[in-house]
Design a binder for this molecule. Structure first.
Ligand code: EPU
Length: 330
């Protein structure tokens, strides 16, 4: 069984599947995690293995989605989901129960536990917008700790779990604040255009979710058909001066203003560096979305890294912009 969406065969010293909290506490107690490196695997959708992993892979398979509370005055609904739940199963469960706010995050591969770690986002919404708190277990002591939303230091594809704590904490469950009142968020340009094209003015939650799934799979390869890690790079943020220089040379560059400058569409940069649809070894740049690297069949982790490095070098040379990987290389 290959537990990563890039479909790269890999091995590890130990592979432990955890579905009960006590199993994790026992492993911590035995010192397994203190004495050698370990890595927490969610859906394997953002990972590239380049070698045998000399350590322990923890695969969380705890399950459960529970309604914690409903406030009839504010309409706030608190839902707790186990880290091992599949992300889209969670989103669809919320839609079926009329708990609103997660619709735009439809069809993102991966697990609930990974959602706060890298603050997943799509179509104008990020996990941080609906996360109330994160329940985590400290792998050095076995103690449980709850991080409220503002303690998670959420940023673009980043959080305290990624930046400060590495894998000191294992996310065990996440509490989401959803709403009983449905207010569709259709500000994302490509989404509003897709709804207009489909002739939908006021999408129901189901229509919104279905439109997003269609939009997503029109640009990204389906993991069950083509190996990839979704967006391989982050969209880089540059200063306003740098953006103005680029804009004068490349008037059609795609960028969005952010508080500290401009966020550039990495897909545009890669495409205009001539890489869209090209390949190196058995790793390719997806022909419909240059931000995505794909397994052309039998590709190794080192081939992915070689292609990523070649693209990064060209984008640096041409635009003076440093691309940062969103995917984790281990
Ligand atoms: N573009 C190109 N050429 C390309 C690809 C994109 O010119 O080959 C330009 C297009 O003009 C497009 C713009 O870049 O309008 C932005 O592209 P898109 O709307 O497809 O979104 P993205 O910035 O490439 C981000 C997320 C995705 C998320 C989509 C939709 C990152 C790194 N990626 O992609 O997240 O689904 O927005 O919201 O922020 C993921 O993280 O794995 C992921 C898929």
């Amino acid at each position: 069984m290959i537990y990563n969406t890039f479909s790269i065969p890999a091995t590890a010293d130990r592979y432990l599947v955890i579905s009960q909290k006590q199993e994790l506490l026992d492993i911590i107690e035995q010192g397994t995690l203190q004495n050698s490196p370990f890595f927490i695997l969610g859906g394997g959708s953002n990972i590239v293995f380049t070698d045998h992993y000399h350590g322990t892979i923890l695969h969380l398979e705890n399950k459960g989605i529970n309604l914690l509370s409903e406030n009839p005055e504010t309409g706030d609904i608190l839902i707790q989901a186990a880290a091992g739940e599949n992300w889209d199963t969670f989103v669809q469960y919320c839609i079926a129960n009329h708990w609103h706010g997660a619709e735009n995050l439809t069809a993102i591969p991966g697990t609930v536990g990974a959602s706060p770690v890298q603050n997943v986002g799509a179509y104008g919404v990020e996990a941080k917008d609906i996360i109330h708190s994160v329940q985590a277990i400290d792998t050095t002591t076995g103690q449980e700790r709850t991080f409220l939303n503002d303690e998670c230091q959420f940023g673009y594809r980043s959080s305290i779990f990624k930046k400060k704590y590495g894998n000191q904490y294992v996310v065990w469950s996440v509490t989401f604040r959803l709403q009983s009142t449905y207010k569709p968020d259709i500000r994302y340009k490509a989404l509003s255009e897709a709804l207009t094209t489909a002739g939908i003015d006021n999408p129901t939650p189901r229509q919104l979710s279905d439109t997003i799934a269609t939009l997503r799979w029109s640009k990204l390869p389906r993991p069950e058909e083509t190996g990839s890690a979704g967006s391989f790079f982050k969209n880089p943020i540059v200063t306003t001066d740098h953006y103005n220089q680029l804009k004068s040379c490349y008037p059609d560059i795609v960028a969005y203003p952010v508080p500290d400058g401009f966020k550039l569409a990495a897909g545009w940069l890669i495409e205009h560096a001539g890489w869209k649809g090209r390949s190196l070894g058995r790793c390719g740049v997806y022909h419909k979305q240059a931000l995505v690297l794909v397994n052309l069949g039998g590709c190794t982790g080192n081939e992915v890294v070689a292609l990523a490095d070649a693209i990064t070098a060209d984008v640096q040379k041409l635009f003076g912009v440093t691309l940062e990987k969103e995917a984790i290389i281990i």
